[in-house]
Design a protein around this ligand. Structure first.
Ligand SMILES: [Zn+2]
Length: 179
């Protein structure tokens, strides 16, 4: 099975003005040029993606994306694995903290000229368009993050923690004054 896979490496170094380049992006696959069967692609996610997606919560990160596509005339089944880490604000001390990313998902791509809602499992594209995994990769990373994002126990910035404790006390005093 593995021998059937065509290995392609898509490692593109982006320039600062990349965001202005429109629809074509480094997470796009020209599937029309692929014969039916299995094809694998590797992508690298860096800070650029989170900037382009204007992410409020993810400040940056580095992840490897491995996509195995099974192409047929009617649909593409994609098995996508994302691993690496992202930088977010720690819920406890508000300093940057690294959160590991470990995602594995199945995406089905179907073809239609009509507009369909994308529900996270099935993506509709017009036949002939490039298949862009950018949105899917970004959303999958966001979904994979834990609800609570904090440094490991003892890893928080003690100075910041001390400041919050005194700020909390000030807040409480102010609230009491208003009442
Ligand atoms: Zn922290």
């Amino acid at each position: 099975m593995r021998k059937l896979c065509t290995i392609c490496f898509f490692v593109v170094h982006l320039h600062a003005n990349y965001a202005n380049m429109g629809a074509v992006n480094k997470f796009s696959i020209d599937y029309m040029s692929l014969p039916n069967g299995l094809h694998t692609f590797d992508f690298e996610v860096d800070d650029t993606l989170f900037g382009e997606m204007e992410s409020n919560e993810i400040k940056g990160g580095n992840c490897k994306v491995h996509a195995c596509l099974n192409c047929s005339d009617t649909k593409i089944d994609a098995n996508i694995v994302i691993s690496g880490s992202v930088v977010v604000e720690c819920d406890r001390c508000l300093e940057d903290c690294n959160i590991p990313v470990d995602y594995s998902g199945l995406l089905t791509v179907r073809f239609s000229d009509l507009q369909h809602d994308y529900d996270g499992d099935v993506m509709w594209i017009a036949k002939g368009d490039q298949l862009s995994l950018k949105q899917y990769i970004y959303e999958s990373i966001v979904i994979s993050l834990p609800y609570r994002r904090v440094h490991e126990e003892g890893g928080c910035n003690p100075e910041m923690m001390a400041r919050f404790t005194s700020a909390e006390i000030d807040d409480e005093e102010e609230t009491l004054d208003i009442e």
